[in-house]
Design a protein. Structure first.
Ligand SMILES: Nc1ncnc2c1ncn2[C@@H]1O[C@H](COP(=O)(O)OP(=O)(O)OP(=O)(O)O)[C@@H](O)[C@H]1O
Ligand SMILES: CC(C)(CO)[C@@H](O)C(=O)[O-]
Ligand code: BAL
Length: 279
């Protein structure tokens, strides 16, 4: 497995890989890998002949006061996991390989970026769309794999790919959860044992709200009660708890399929997100 940090050796390695392997998969990550990431890698390995994983903690998707500096970085452990999984190449660019001196371009996707995480993290999806467009052009994969855990991000990337004529497949992969239902996330590492115990209220509350919606309850009341339940369970702030159309991400005031519940809430210093299908 090659670990590459500069664009010229990346191009050489990719052309060599392309001589032997016909379908190239890309799994973009910010590192601190867990079983959720490894499920993306395994899915990519199943569907492709060669797999590239990128590890880049992208500064432009972090807002002021967010956890850019604190974000967990553990490249050696990540590389060991990827090597064991049989990944061909790991792209770990330095910041200047992604944002060279004078970089002045921004990819901004309207519509699906509005509200939800786009509302509570202004500019976040511009940073995501810009870096993912860069990664697509640097790697030129045949398929790229993203987790449904970041559901709005997946919708933004699908829209961007359609709008900018990236013709490769964008594959969404199911969320991997701990035994108690909490979605795996690199940021779970910030939780104290007590907060980790309380955090299960997020998936539990989403499941209960989903059932109540399917049974025909008043959506506004269900969503308000769900936020209150989180606040009573150890979370101190709920950024959003919303029902949206699962494809367009438009707001939903009455239940219709396909529907998705999406939520983001803060516990201690950690902001957690989750989403589930309502069906
Ligand atoms: N539990 C999970 N199941 C499936 N995919 C996941 C899971 N967690 C993250 N991913 C996916 O892995 C890719 C890289 O995500 P990232 O490196 O930001 O990890 P993360 O655990 O989501 O971290 P963070 O704590 O920053 O949200 C994204 O496509 C993301 O959706
Ligand atoms: C897609 C991504 C790698 C872009 O930095 C990041 O947002 C993530 O890890 O989900
Ligand atoms: N997992 C999405 C990346 C972020 O939270 O910045």
């Amino acid at each position: 497995m090659q670990i590459i940090r500069k664009i010229d050796p990346l191009r050489d390695a990719l052309s060599a890989l392309r001589q032997e392997k016909s379908r190239l998969g890309l799994v973009p990550t910010m590192g601190a890998l867990h079983a959720g990431h490894m499920h993306l890698v395994e899915t990519a390995m199943d569907q492709c002949d060669a797999v590239v994983v990128s590890i880049f903690v992208n500064p432009t998707q972090f807002g002021e006061g967010e956890d850019l500096d604190a974000y967990p970085r553990q490249e050696a452990a990540d590389a060991a996991l990827l090597e064991e999984a049989g990944v061909d190449l790991v792209w770990v660019p330095t910041v200047d390989q992604v944002y060279p001196e004078g970089f002045a371009t921004n990819v901004s996707v309207s519509g699906v970026s509005t509200g939800l995480c786009g509302g509570s993290r202004p500019g976040h999806f511009d940073g995501v769309a810009t870096v993912v467009a860069k990664l697509f052009n640097q790697i030129r994969p045949d398929a790229a794999f993203f987790g449904e855990k970041d559901y709005q991000q997946l919708a933004v990337i699908k829209r961007m790919a359609r709008d900018l004529d990236f013709t490769h497949d964008i594959v969404g992969v199911l969320t991997v959860r701990d035994d108690d239902g909490l979605a795996l996330s690199s940021r779970n590492a910030y939780l104290t044992p007590e907060q980790r115990g309380q955090a299960v209220a997020l998936p539990d509350t989403m499941r209960e709200a989903s059932e109540a919606i399917v049974q025909g309850g008043d959506i506004a009341v269900i969503l308000r009660d769900a936020s209150e339940k989180l606040l009573a369970s150890g979370f101190h702030k709920v950024d959003y708890f919303e029902l949206r159309n699962a494809e367009t991400l438009e707001n939903m005031t009455f239940f219709d399929k396909p529907a998705r519940l999406l939520a983001a809430a803060h516990i201690g210093t950690t902001r957690l997100i989750d989403n589930i299908a309502v069906s």
